[in-house]
Write a protein that binds this ligand. Structure first.
Ligand code: PLP
Length: 402
């Protein structure tokens, strides 16, 4: 599955991606093909069709139908360097599915210390049970990275910025070291999407994304994807088929709808997040704003160097350690729902404290007042930034009350 013209801009690609005539027919979007059974016109066609286990061929529902093929092809077309994309029933399924595709018993996996927590748990549970050993590393320590490799190190799982704590890291440098050591590198690119960070162009081998977040964009579906060049795509697909991973055509149709507007949604939420982060930086209640798109953030230079976009997700740390005050802040917000997930059109807030799940890096980081440990993560949606700021202001006022 070839990508479309590389000269096209991102908006043009998003509008046209995956819209093959044979899948859409005379309408704009591919219909929802609900199908388990694919019928053959005759015995000769069945015999011919059963032979090649290739994507985009009618065979049986587990291999998808045009709605899913159109979504997979669209994601391939917006990921520079990708040969194909596998869809998974969730982002976590994409992470574990991709890791199972490249690891074998006895292998060692390196995982960034600030990975999404279920990634950590999969490594320490499922993968350990399959004989894979996991070691965690500090993604900001480029000089120390080589030392983590041994003969058995076969894969590196990266994520940028780090989950919850939002550290940037030098992906091209880490990926080059991994490649030099003969290890495959996977990157969870849910934060930036291919619009903000072209994973394969930056030197990684497999781009993983939770489509639940920006691609869905409307908080009403769960899905994941992994895109790669031909070699790894074939491994991903074989493993996904063996695991029986399939996504519903209804959800694929929703994801395609979300994809068309992902560019404008991300532009707006990135701009609003930068404005809100800047405002938060001036608040006396706040010890640290953790937002790589904010000038002055420790990750800002890397973000400017390597990224072509951002999103509405960032965090901050309150001064002090009064958990009740943090709860009053969260409860006073009207426009921010309290919930996990992010990347929807509506803003969300979630309190966090990562100290208990970090093993290779200190939390709080060196140089911070250790009393400042209450984190809050915001997912900025499509509401107007000034309204969100007014809402946050209400939250800070509620902190003062007892
Ligand atoms: C949410 C998330 C996932 C998992 O996606 P689901 O679709 O919820 O399974 C993976 N990585 C990151 C960084 C996430 O935020």
């Amino acid at each position: 599955m070839e990508g479309s013209s590389d000269k096209q801009g991102k908006g043009t690609k998003l509008a046209g991606a995956g819209r093959r005539k044979e899948w859409t027919g005379p309408v704009v979007n591919p219909p929802v093909w609900r199908a388990s059974t694919h019928l053959y016109p005759d015995e000769a066609a069945r015999k011919a069709g059963g032979k090649n286990n290739s994507d985009g061929q009618f065979y049986y529902g587990r291999r998808g139908a045009p709605t899913q093929w159109a979504l997979a092809e669209a994601l391939t077309q917006i990921e520079p360097g990708a040969f194909g994309t596998v869809l998974y029933p969730s982002g976590v399924a994409a992470i574990t599915g991709a890791l199972l595709a490249v690891l074998r018993p006895g292998d060692v996996l390196l995982v960034t210390d600030n990975a999404y927590e279920p990634t950590r748990l999969a490594a320490l549970g499922l993968l350990r049970d399959f004989g894979v050993e996991t070691r965690f590393f500090d993604p900001t320590d480029i000089d120390g990275f080589s030392a983590h490799f041994c003969e058995r190190t076969k894969a590196v799982m990266l994520e940028v910025p780090g989950s919850l704590t939002m550290e940037m890291c030098d992906i091209p440098a880490l990926a080059a070291i991994a490649r030099g050591k003969g290890a495959v590198s996977l990157l969870d690119n849910t934060w930036a999407s291919p619009l903000g960070f072209p994973v394969l162009e930056r030197g990684c081998d497999i781009a993983v994304m939770s489509l639940t977040k920006h691609v869905g964009g409307h908080s009403d579906l769960m899905m994941g994807s992994a895109s790669a060049g031909e070699h790894y795509y074939r491994k991903l697909r074989r493993t996904a088929q063996a695991l029986g991973h399939v996504v519903s055509p209804d959800d694929a149709s929703l994801a395609l709808r979300g994809l068309r507007t992902m560019g404008v949604r991300l532009e707006k939420s990135t701009a609003s997040a930068a404005e809100i982060a800047h405002w938060l930086k001036g608040r006396p209640e706040i010890a640290h704003v953790l937002c790589p798109t904010l000038p002055g953030d420790t990750g800002f230079d890397l973000w400017q160097r390597d990224f072509t976009g951002g999103c509405g997700l960032f965090s901050f740390i309150l001064k002090g350690s009064d958990e009740d005050a943090r709860a009053r802040f969260v409860d006073a917000l009207d426009l921010f729902g309290i919930g996990y997930s992010w990347g929807g059109f509506e803003s969300l807030v979630i309190p966090f404290g990562p100290a208990s799940i970090r093993t290779a890096t200190p939390w709080p980081p060196q140089g911070w007042d250790t009393g400042d440990r209450l984190g809050i993560r915001l997912s900025i949606g499509l509401e107007d930034a000034e309204d969100l700021i007014r809402d946050l202001d209400r939250g800070f006022a509620a902190m003062e009350r007892t």
